[in-house]
Design a protein around this ligand. Structure first.
Ligand code: C2E
Ligand code: MG
Ligand code: MG
Length: 348
């Protein structure tokens, strides 16, 4: 369909809804009532192209995204287009960046609320592209995940973080290190052996390492994930469910996961002092975690008020810009973090 002179995107989506509603009318054929559904992709001129071929091709990409996401209607988004020039360029560049070790790892402190002490860090990968500048992990991790690059990327971050933990330990700094694993890493058949080997080579006690797996990652294939998580648990690694609250979690699965920690997603924490629903979610998640014998980590703490509220609610660990931003490993050695709910100080 070509729909000229629409005022904005919303109007195009509205047309899509009408088309679907019309398609959805039951269709009587002899004794049967047939239901028809449709997936609709929308591309807008001139934003997504100004020639008919390009617009049609992009509407097609959006339509396949609608099918994949079961969302029925999608507007074209360049960052999700596997064939967009930026994405294609980034795939090639990412491959080279991993091979040439252009990626770096930064570390964000995690603070124990009861003592105000920094007890660990989360390793976060960074990519500074020579032309595009810093590419955010939220953009290049999905690219790595949709190609085979997620395996070497995961290996690089794990190895770097474990070697760093060893260096801190030698310098007298005992820090837990958390590393993010993509669900694609989790389902690699050699994962448990490789983690065991990297731990052995770095000489780090296995329980110093926490592997964070997102809730939606676990829920993609819970049975397979649970089996691998048990394998990791057996070699002594701590496990954490990341971005908790954003996936479709089943509490029945949470009960069965061999995890030590739940990391409540920052979307609930960022607004909890202003939004009483968010505060209620935080409070109930802390209680749920404790009832299951798990530690609760809150991420996204951006001010003192939130830190105090979390401490009052009995949250165990905290991570956020108010405490410290992700930083280079050597900066961390000099960091004196005295964060207590009443006297938290912001590092320079
Ligand atoms: P995540 O694992 O949930 O990591 C926390 C993210 O929140 C980090 O973003 C961190 O910089 C950010 N953050 C920390 N404190 C605050 C705060 O107070 N306010 C706000 N607004 N944000 C805060 P980052 O580094 O951009 O990473 C984004 C995501 O990319 C991570 O989310 C993780 O899912 C993924 N990621 C990062 N490094 C890796 C990696 O090595 N491997 C894999 N598979 N994924 C990674
Ligand atoms: Mg994480
Ligand atoms: Mg998270």
């Amino acid at each position: 369909m070509l729909v000229p002179a629409l005022p904005d995107w919303d109007a195009a989506v509205e047309v899509g809804r009408l088309v679907r509603a019309t398609l959805g009318q039951p269709l009587p054929i002899e004794q049967l009532e047939l239901a028809v559904t449709g997936s609709i992709g929308i591309a807008l001129g001139p934003d997504h192209g100004s020639d008919p071929d390009l617009l049609l091709q992009r509407a097609d990409v959006a339509m396949y995204q609608a099918k994949e996401g079961h969302s029925s209607i999608e507007v074209y988004a360049a960052e999700r287009d596997q064939y967009s020039p930026r994405r294609l360029a980034l795939v090639g560049a990412l491959r080279a960046a991993i091979e040439q070790r252009e990626l770096t790892v930064v570390y964000q402190p995690k603070v124990e609320l009861a003592s105000g002490q920094m007890v660990g860090v989360e390793a976060l990968v960074r990519w500074h592209h020579p032309e595009h500048g810093p590419v955010p992990p939220d953009e290049f991790i999905p690219i790595a995940e949709s190609t085979a690059l997620i395996q070497p990327l995961g290996q690089f971050v794990l190895e770097t973080a474990l070697n760093q933990a060893r260096r801190w330990q030698d310098a007298g700094l005992c820090l837990h290190v958390a590393v993010n694993l993509s669900v694609r890493n989790l389902l690699e058949p050699t994962l448990v052996d490789r983690v065991a080997e990297l731990l052995r080579r770095s000489g780090i006690t296995p329980s110093t390492l926490t592997l964070e797996i997102t809730e939606s990652g676990v829920m993609t294939d819970p049975e397979a994930a649970i089996a691998v998580l048990w394998g990791l648990r057996r070699i002594g690694v701590r496990l954490s469910v990341d971005d908790f609250g954003t996936g479709y979690s089943s509490l029945a699965y949470l009960k069965r996961l061999p995890v030590d920690e739940v990391k409540l997603d920052k979307s609930f924490v960022l607004n909890m002092t202003a939004d009483k629903h968010d505060a209620a979610i935080v409070r109930s998640t802390i209680e749920l975690a404790h009832n299951l014998g798990l530690q609760l980590v809150a991420e996204g703490i951006e001010d003192q008020e939130t830190l105090e509220l979390l401490a009052a609610l009995g949250c165990d660990l905290a991570q956020g810009y108010h405490l410290a931003r992700p930083m280079q490993a050597d900066q961390l050695v000099h960091l004196r973090l005295h964060a207590s709910p009443s006297t938290a100080s912001r590092p320079a």
